[in-house]
Every structure is written in structure tokens, then in C-alpha cells.
Design a protein around this ligand. Structure first.
Ligand code: GCW
Length: 560
């Protein structure tokens, strides 16, 4: 309440006689930090961790500032460590960590935030010296029971644990022939007496695929691995589902698990850390994307069937729903490295609390609270933020194709970077066309949706064009709705995207003297890097397709 009063005051709104009640629609509103205990951050673009340094947990002024910061925007749960839990981070379950964790948890609880930890499924082996982590093994059960007893009796305000199991090399129940439900329920039963929950991630897929294999489709994996267990999970298990079926690309369809899992607690997982969306160098205001995801109609019921309805608990009568995002913070002075990336952190919290707010209202609030109410600044920054996602998409991977990034780092173009790798993220471009056919005539991914969506996505003429190449293999000569061929649209999109970045910089220059100079310079420095990146994407992608097809740009622009 106080924070919202402060917000109104900062926005110079009339607060006389104010009498409002605002309740959060989504009960669990969580930030997931991918911080490692050595102080590094997986996919971190804003400096080092402020939770860990050299194997130690940090609790200091910044911890309090952080708690206040995120509480002010509506967050009520935080997981402080990476879901990839190495041996060092596994020690968070050890006695030696409890004093610091307890201090941290107390700071959080002062701001209404519950602490979560990511745990390694094989902890009984890593920490307890056992030779197995099989959930059906008696010794394993005794080990976890004691471990949970110890940590819950020493660390207050602990909400539960996140588990990345059987995913990208992380251990899990599958290694012992046990199901995902068995693995999750086993832990859930043991933490129940502490009123804690198990957040179980659905990012389970084969990361050792053979690129020659046209029969398997990574997009289908999460659904295939979990749909059979709907209703089989305990009341205190939440499944955490990434927004799309692949992995936080600039555009993906919504995961078909939403709507299909009707008897299971769910958390929608988003990514604020801009791993595939510009790495907090390129501007990419993500709220338009988040809003689209919440608004997606699943057709699981006649009405109230959107993802937003599901995670608000309106679509299905269940108590436990949530929204989580991979955090984009670090020890950078401005928290997010890029000043404008802070709008994503702010916006995620606001949207989680009040999903009906629009991306533009949220951006407006953020500009007022962070910088100024000056009209020129507001107009320029609103214009930049609100178009930034579309621009990033234009110069990188339009029409839903995704990937084409530099392997490992995931910044900058490498069209075939993942094409012959094991990760299952192929575009399969040749001289005639591009894309994976995921319709009912292809891998059958579209059949994971309810019928109206299957139909829409199945048919090239009704498939949204911004997802055309996600769902279909399309010849370059295919004529799109604007009357131009797919190839010409690919060329145009990249030329325009890079041009848009130039215009964005021009508009931004008007802010000199209107916002603090050090902030102006910090943003400008990143914008210049963004332009270089955009030009690199434009030239590499266009050259790639020109060389594959030998077909000229109709406007005769420079392609190499
Ligand atoms: O996209 C991938 C990232 C990994 C990450 C993984 C996940 C934490 O590249 O760095 O690991 O997703 O979500 O588990």
C-alpha cells in the first residue's frame, strides 16, 4: 500500500481522499536467480551476483535494497541460486549455510518475500555420500527427511525448493526408472509438514539429438513428458512451465501444456535475463511479449481460457498458481546493466500483481518513477521501449524461426551455429525453403493444442505470419499476405530492423540534457553496440539466404 501511494505521488497524481483496494491476482510471484556460489551468474548481463561471492552467502545493505526494490513492485518469492546446482551450491542444504541463509530469509520476510532454494536431485550422493538418489530407496528417504528437518528448523520463511531434474545433464528420477511425478511427489511429501512446496521444472527434453533425425521434435518434449501425469502430482507441487515450447526465443507460440494440464498446479516461467533477446545491450522491452502470452486463448474452455486466466486460478478451480521470471539483476550500480532493462524487472512485478495493466501504462510508470515526468522524455522513451521487441525481432529472426545465434554465448548471429548440433534447434534451410513442418502433416506438434488452435496453426493461410516458420516449412517463393515473397520479406525485415535502430538512436539523442548525463551516456554506449549487432545480423542473415538462393533483393540493396 505504501509503495503504491509513493508511486502515485511520484507520478504527480492526485492522492487526496484516495480509497482503493488492489489485490494481487496471481498468488505466487517469483524471481528465479541463476546465481552460482562463486559469484558468477548463468546468463547474467549485469555484473556479478549480490547473493554469493567466493562460496559465501552475502547479506548486506544491498540485500535489503534488493528486497525493498522487488517488494515495491509486487514480488513475494525469490530463489537465490541457479537451477543448475553444482557441488558448491548443493552445500546450501548443509548446516554450514544455515546462519547466513537465516539472516537472508529474515531480511526477505521483512518485505513479505519467501526464500526458495534450487536443489540438486542427487544431493544424497553429493552431500550424503550415498551411492544412489533413487526416490524409492529407504536410505535416500532418511537422508532427505533429516536434511529438511535441519534446514526448516534453522532457516525461517523458507517457501520450498526448485528442481531442474532430468534436464540438460541435471540428475533426476528418470535415471532410476522413476517418473517425474514419482520424483516430485517424493520430495513434496517430505516438505509438506513445513508448509513448503516443490517447484518442478518442465524443461525436460533430449539434448543429445542427432540432427539427421527428422522424426523427433524438441518442441513436443515438455508436453510429451508431462501430459500423462496431469492429476498425479501432490497438492504442494507446482510445475514450472516455460512460456514457449523451445527456450525463451524472441517469438514462440505458447506452450501447449497451458490449458491441457487441468489438474496440476502451474507456474508460468518467463525470462527477464535477455539471453536470446539482446543480453541487456540491445533494448528489448519484454512486456508486450508477456502480455501476449497471458492473453493467449488456449480454448481449454468456452471462456476464461487464456493463460492469464489459468495462472490466476480462474480457468480451473485450484488454489496454487504462479508466475516466475529468471531475474536480470547483478551487482551493477543500476541493477540491470542496461538502464532500460530495469523496465523489464519493474514491469514483470507490476504485471504479476496486476495482469490487466498494459505494457504502455507500465512503461509510463517506470519512466516517471525512474527518471522524470517530462513529456518529451516520456514520449521518446515510450516510443523506444514499446517498439523495441518488434525491432529486435526484425533484425534477428523474424517469422518465428528462432535460434541462429552464436553457440554458447547466444549473442550475435550464427545462422548455422546450432544447425548440426545435438540441441534439437534446427531451421533446416536449403536452397528451396526453410523451417520445420510441425503441423499435423509434419511432426504433429500442432496436435498438442486444443482443436481451434491446431486448425489455426496447421494451415499456412491461417497461421499467424509472425510464427509461420515455427510451424511450417515454407518455400522462399511463397507469397505472404503483403504480396511479397518469403525471401523478400526476410531481406526487408533485416534491412528495416537495422534502419529502425538508427532511427531509435536519432530519437534518443533528443534526450541529451533532459535526463542525467551519466544515464544518457550509459544508454547511448549500449545503443551504439546494438547498432553494430543489428548490422551484423542484417548482413549475415541476408547474405546467407542470398547465397543459398541466388535470388536478388528487388530493391538492389547491398548483400554480400
Ligand atoms: O536456455 C537454457 C540456458 C541455460 C539454462 C537452461 C534452463 C539454467 O541456455 O543456461 O540453464 O535454459 O532453463 O535450465
Amino acid at each position: 500500500g505504501v509503495f503504491s501511494l509513493l508511486r502515485l505521488a511520484a507520478m504527480e497524481k492526485n492522492i487526496q481522499g484516495i480509497d482503493t483496494v488492489v489485490n494481487p491476482d496471481i498468488p505466487l510471484r517469483m524471481l528465479d536467480h541463476w546465481d552460482n556460489c562463486d559469484g558468477s551468474i548463468e546468463r547474467g548481463y549485469a555484473g556479478r551476483s549480490f547473493f554469493f561471492r567466493d562460496g559465501k552467502i552475502l547479506v548486506n545493505e544491498r540485500t535489503r535494497d534488493y528486497a525493498r526494490l522487488i517488494s515495491s513492485v509486487g514480488i513475494n518469492a525469490v530463489a537465490i541460486n541457479n537451477v543448475n546446482v553444482d557441488k558448491c551450491a548443493a552445500q546450501l542444504l548443509n548446516e554450514s549455510s544455515f546462519t547466513s541463509l537465516s539472516r537472508l530469509a529474515k531480511v526477505f520476510s521483512g518485505y513479505g518475500i519467501r526464500l526458495f532454494l534450487s536443489i540438486n536431485y542427487a544431493s544424497p550422493m553429493l552431500l550424503g555420500g550415498l551411492d544412489t538418489a533413487d526416490p524409492e530407496d529407504g536410505k535416500v528417504k532418511i537422508w532427505w527427511k533429516k536434511t529438511f528437518h535441519d534446514i526448516f528448523s534453522r532457516v525461517p520463511n523458507l517457501g520450498g525448493f526448485i528442481v531442474k531434474a532430468d534436464s540438460e545433464g541435471c540428475p533426476g528420477p528418470l535415471s532410476y526408472g522413476r517418473s517425474q511425478a514419482c520424483g516430485a511427489n517424493f520430495l513434496a511429501d517430505l516438505v509438506k509438514e513445513y508448509h513448503a512446496v516443490i517447484v518442478w521444472r518442465c524443461f525436460v527434453y533430449n539434448c543429445r539429438q542427432d540432427w539427421r533425425d527428422y522424426t523427433s521434435d524438441r518442441a513436443k518434449a515438455a508436453y510429451d513428458n508431462f501430459i500423462g501425469f496431469d492429476g498425479a502430482f501432490r497438492e504442494n507441487v507446482f510445475l514450472q512451465i516455460k512460456n514457449g515450447p523451445m527456450d525463451f526465443q524472441i517469438r514462440e507460440p505458447v506452450s501447449p501444456l497451458f490449458g491441457k494440464m487441468q489438474k496440476t498446479n502451474q507456474i508460468l516461467e518467463l525470462q527477464l535475463a535477455q539471453e536470446y533477446t539482446g543480453q541487456q545491450i540491445d533494448i528489448c522491452y519484454l512486456l508486450p511479449m508477456f502480455k501476449e502470452i497471458l492473453g493467449f486463448r488456449t480454448y481449454c474452455r468456452e471462456n476464461n481460457d487464456t493463460v492469464g486466466d489459468i495462472i490466476r486460478g480462474v480457468a480451473f478451480p485450484r488454489k496454487h498458481f504462479g508466475i516466475a521470471a529468471v531475474a536480470n539483476t547483478g551487482d551493477a550500480e543500476n541493477w540491470t546493466g542496461s538502464d532500460l532493462a530495469a523496465a523489464n524487472l519493474y514491469g514483470f512485478g507490476r504485471l504479476a500483481f496486476s495482469p490487466d495493466l498494459s505494457p504502455s501504462e507500465i512503461a509510463h510508470e517506470w519512466i516517471s518513477l525512474t527518471l522524470t515526468n517530462d513529456k518529451t522524455v516520456t514520449d521518446v522513451l515510450l516510443g523506444i521501449l514499446l517498439r523495441s521487441r518488434e525491432i529486435y525481432e526484425k533484425y534477428t529472426t523474424p517469422f518465428g524461426i528462432g535460434w541462429m545465434v552464436t553457440p554458447n554465448t547466444h549473442y550475435g548471429p550464427s545462422v548455422d551455429g546450432y544447425e548440426y548440433s545435438q540441441w534439437g534447434t534446427y531451421h533446416r534451410a536449403d536452397h528451396t525453403g526453410i523451417g520445420v513442418e510441425r503441423s499435423s502433416r509434419g511432426t504433429g506438434f500442432t496436435k498438442q493444442y486444443f482443436a481451434p488452435n491446431t486448425k489455426i496453426f496447421d494451415t499456412v493461410s491461417t497461421c499467424p505470419e509472425n510464427l509461420l516458420l515455427f510451424f511450417h516449412r515454407v518455400p522462399y517463393a511463397y507469397v505472404m499476405r503483403n504480396g511479397k515473397t518469403l525471401l523478400q520479406n526476410i531481406y526487408d525485415s533485416h534491412f528495416e530492423g537495422a534502419e529502425d535502430v538508427k532511427n531509435m538512436i536519432e530519437r534518443f539523442m533528443k534526450l541529451k540534457g533532459l535526463i542525467p548525463n551519466y544515464i544518457f551516456e550509459r544508454i547511448l554506449a549500449r545503443l551504439k553496440l546494438q547498432l553494430k549487432n543489428a548490422e551484423e545480423w542484417r548482413d549475415q542473415v541476408n547474405t546467407y539466404f542470398y547465397r543459398k538462393t541466388g535470388i536478388n533483393d528487388v530493391q538492389g540493396r547491398k548483400i554480400y
